[in-house]
Ligand binder design. Sequence first.
Ligand code: ASP
Length: 587
Amino acid sequence: MTYRTHTCGELRLVDAGKRVVLSGWVRRLRDLGSMIFIDLRDRYGITQLAFDESRSELMDAARKLGREFVIRIEGEVVERASKNPQLPTGDIEVKVESLEVLNVSEIPPFLIEDETDGGEELRMKYRYLDIRRNPVKNNLIFRSKVTQAVRNYLIDRGFVDIETPYLIKSTPEGARDFVVPSRLHPGQFYALPQSPQTFKQLLMVGGMDKYMQIVKCFRDEDLRADRQPEFTQIDCEMSFVTREDVLRTFEGLLRHLLIQFHDFDPGPFPRLSYEEAMERYGSDKPDIRFGMELADITAVAQTRDFGVFNQAEYVGAISVSGAAGYSRKQLNEITDWVKRPQVGAKGLVWVKYREDGSFKSTVDKFFTMDDYQKWAEKADAKPGDLILILSGDKDKTRRQLGLLRMEMAERLGLRKPDIFAPLWILDFPLLEWDEETGRYHAMHHPFTSPKPEDIHLLDSTPEKVRANAYDLVLNGNEIAGGSIRIHDRKLQEKMFELLGFSREEAERQFGFLMNAFQYGAPPHGGIAWGLDRLVAILAGKESIRDFIAFPKNNAGRDVMIDAPDYISPEQLKELHLEVKSPSKINN
Ligand code: ASP
């Protein structure tokens, strides 16, 4: 009648003697001739089923079962002769008295076990089978717990969960839009939101005061490892807040999550300006679980006849603790690493600070022990350390050193997944000059307000204006970012002008927002978190794909449903799009 009285993870010794009904999947069948054992699996666990010779017709039926068949059994819970302490249900088994096959299964293309033989692509193609495996299943359950905790925390603090539309027009977050052709409006398109940015601001104009939403965002970006074209944000906005109010609220949220899931209180979050982060870490998302800070050694490195340094705007160093003993091969490897196009350094100078206090370097022809001593002091190097030096354009070189710092930390195992080191990065530049287009870009987005004390620089030196923006960084990842917004029509117009929009363009694209600002827009600000990344880090993992039920692969494809795909000529026509030849469509 009913499918189950208990789940497969539930029965214990105290249940012995009970008659139960269980349903689930056949994980494994062991036929010992006079006995058959089956591991029956569902989301909650595994229960051993036992068949014995007293019911030979049942044994015959059991022998016909295959892996992943779906069955329903009735039977009696009995204490096991040989217990399995690995399994929560390992003290008991169910002596089967009736067996019903609910569904048969093909032989699965890979082992549905914690350790599987299936490669990534195969597992993605059969993701529904992958989800039956504990590692994937547990990640999804963990994600659900995190979203629940986030929602509770925010709702308890007066946030209202409000849905915003998916069929909208462009919201610039620095990526391309995914667009949806309109059938009813020939030649017109919706855009999928890169974020609900403008809507959450309009909710503030609407007086909602505190908004939150766990929401899908869509960005058509060039593919990078571990990026998803659709991803989830915890999106928030608040009215009548200063930067301090926002930082305090969301620092509270992350602390709450770290305590709830790891019993880890990170203490007050350090705050660094963008400029300081670049100077000390060569990154605007520094991992501060370890030191190895960048040292500016320009002044003490441009003292000899070494052209590479003398011509450089900046000479910077990091000191790698205990690495003075690196072999030639290891050093060559690191040199090759910094020359990779993704890093882009031209070369690497290294100085070994030997245990005996002497130095050995690639530039011994040019420099003396005294020179090295000065560098070592600046870089805070001790005997036994390896000093790595890059030089060139200041911004670029600092970034390269920042990447090298992370790489060395990775090699030395300094990025410990069970330590959490959050920090705020503040005072980003408002604008970024883009060489290619010869225009300014909003570093955050065009709705971010300048710091009030910098507004007077908007006309004269816009590149010096700092934004009232903030990023939350955790273990070297940007996990949230936001800003105090512009809420004044004039300032917003000015911003669009700086970004190279004509009046008409700005009006056509964002007139609705600027109009709203004329009807009593309150001062407001907010933040959005990358939920996928947050969950992965909280679980101590790197890949966000493992925490998404149905992710896209690195080429942006869903290999299970095979999307994107061509559509029929009829559908194209209906959408007023160019009709391609059928041969192309069957391609
Ligand atoms: N909409 C922004 C983003 O997606 C976040 C914010 O400013 O609240 O990055």
